[in-house]
Ligand binder design. Structure first.
Ligand code: FES
Length: 104
């Protein structure tokens, strides 16, 4: 499995996910219960960055039409999200958050 460094751990807070473009993919890095999660950042319904949405209790609400997704699983919890989000493996390497593009 190959890993790609995305950001520093200090750049991600529970209320402020980190948005990055990695290999032409928009990725959102979220922090929930002291664990980092990497999700596709573009809402499947239309075009909005979920990392700019409202984060609460391990869920993110799309800023455009208020679909809700579970950050730990990517599961769509409220329409119009239309499908679950892709989620990518993460690891910490010397304070850098790395992701792999093999989907979980
Ligand atoms: S763009 Fe996210 S719910 Fe419509």
């Amino acid at each position: 499995m190959s890993w790609i460094a995305v950001c520093d751990v200090s750049q991600v807070q529970e209320d402020f996910p980190f948005s990055a473009k990695v290999n032409d993919n928009e990725i959102g890095i979220f922090l929930v219960d002291e664990q980092y999660y990497a999700l596709e950042d573009i809402c499947p319904h239309a075009y909005a960055l979920l990392s700019q949405g409202f984060v609460e209790d391990g869920k993110v609400e799309c800023p455009l039409h208020e679909a809700i997704f579970d950050i730990k699983t990517g599961k769509c919890l409220r329409e119009p999200g239309s499908r679950d989000l892709k989620i990518y493996p993460t690891r910490i390497n010397e304070n850098r958050i790395e992701i792999s593009f093999i989907e979980e």
